[in-house]
Design a protein around this ligand. Sequence first.
Ligand code: AMP
Length: 404
Amino acid sequence: MKIFVVNCGSSSLKYQFIDTETREVLASGLAERIGPSSTGEFTHKPLGKEPVVKQVTMSEHSVAVSLALEHLANPDFGVVSSLGDIDAIGHRVVHGGVNYSESVLIDEAAIDVIKGNIPLSPLHNPANLMGIEACARILPSLPQVAVFDTAFHQTMPEVAYVYPIPYEYYEKHKLRKYGFHGTSHRYVAMRAIDMLQKAGMPTSRIITCHLGNGSSCAAVLNGKCIDTSMGLTPLEGLAMGTRSGSIDPAIIKFLCETEGLSLAEVDEILNKKSGMYGISKGLSNDFRDLIAAAEGGNALAQLALDIFFYRVRAVIGSYAAALGGVDAIVFTAGVGENSSFAREKILEGTGFLGVELDYAANNSQCGESDVSTPGAKARVLVVPTNEELMIALDTQQVVNNSSK
Ligand code: AMP
């Protein structure tokens, strides 16, 4: 099948056009600064042809969808002869709440659920809906599928997802841990299981580490998520680029009282001015910058990195306890895939879990690889994430099942 994969942000739209038979990305693109009052940039990259970059005003998401489709079927820089060659559309949707543990065909009921979960994801779900509505308007006869960031984590047991606060808040508001990056954790866990099976190694206890600007870990038992580090929102868990991750909740009241900040201001600080950026006193939220600064002797950049590494290691330890041991630790996303230094630092002192990093393999790693020594009991894998492919494969499966 040929699937148009859409990932809508509040003022952006990313797309890939994927052939699920060959798993090839036939084209990808990005529309940035969507909105009536700004000039946006539209980039289209067709496989085997020159990329197209245009400055253009895209007043709303439907304009960006039209542009993308026009480019996909364009005689010069297109990859299909007509829009009739598109079989289905797959959307990344951030929050499926407690309603969806799997991807779903988008109908009125699904749209109501996505709308109903807006309070849990006020920035993302409305943007995702804009993309769905734009596609429905332009290609009304094509099936659309929603693939939720939260779905993979819906298999967590109550002990992992219920917060120890008065239970009525869970009952009244569905305040609980949901977890995010689910499509990425599911994809890399699936790939890891495949790699381990081929090597004749155990696959039941896997810890996936999605480490990028936003970061989270997941504990995966027999292919199902039993815990994850992000929570009700993507603010909980690891220290991140600009997010604090888990802190003592009393800090919020303390900051309001002593710094005279409003709750909204503290929320902004915890989401946008904390983490690596905050610890380094605004030097950078980018790990490459911080690693370079630390090498140059910047003590706060070093501290930020050390805190990041320490917290990932501590979560790995707690998930090893939750899983009753660990068969594999999987690294993915910007830092996890690309930084052998980060992997080495995170895994320092984890030999007691059976981890033995092969330093040469870790340093020369490229693509999917096992970077542990031949005899190590707990394997260390690097798996480049591919959320778009996962969305395309889910879309194909949901569409096939719905037509049976
Ligand atoms: P992501 O959010 O997955 O796109 O990851 C972005 C983060 O990955 C940024 O902080 C980058 O600095 C970091 N990153 C990408 N490549 C490297 C690398 N080779 N070494 C360290 N960090 C990297």
